[in-house]
Design a protein around this ligand. Structure first.
Ligand code: 5GP
Length: 124
């Protein structure tokens, strides 16, 4: 899992490309998705070179892992999503159609979001 320092989110982290920022601290940056798939669609990315959940949780310092997940919760709260509810999602690799190879957690909200996945694999 080689990290590409020229991926689009690395450029956003370095300030080379603008973003519509909603939150930032020393561990994480959160910004609106450029192509929203819900009324609220925010991406939260860690400040470090990690492709996805596997390398992040294996290699990142504990402080960054804690700070990053705390930021996800803080962003959901600051966006007013806790009471109505929301969804978090992190795509990894080809089967999940991960487009940007820098770990990111999507936060979706603002409307009832429907079922979690296509029901084609469900027995119900
Ligand atoms: P993935 O499929 O990798 O989980 O999701 C990547 C997300 O990044 C997509 O929802 C896409 O709309 C978003 N995205 C791609 N390029 C940019 C960009 O330059 N700026 C922002 N704000 N979002 C982007």
């Amino acid at each position: 899992m080689t990290y590409d320092p020229n991926n689009i989110f690395a450029k956003i982290l370095r300030g080379e490309i603008p973003c519509n920022k909603v939150y930032e601290d020393e561990y994480a940056l959160a910004f609106h998705d450029i192509n929203p798939q819900a009324p609220v669609h925010v991406l939260v990315i860690p400040k470090g070179e990690y492709v996805s959940m596997a390398d992040f949780t294996a290699d990142a310092p504990d402080e960054l892992i804690t700070g990053f997940f705390r930021a996800v919760g803080t962003v959901a709260k600051e966006l007013g999503l806790v009471e109505p509810g929301y969804r978090t999602l992190a795509n990894a690799g080809a089967h999940a159609h991960q487009e940007v190879p820098h770990l990111h957690i999507h936060i979706f909200g603002g409307v009832p979001l429907g079922p979690m996945l296509d029901r084609q694999f469900s027995n119900n």
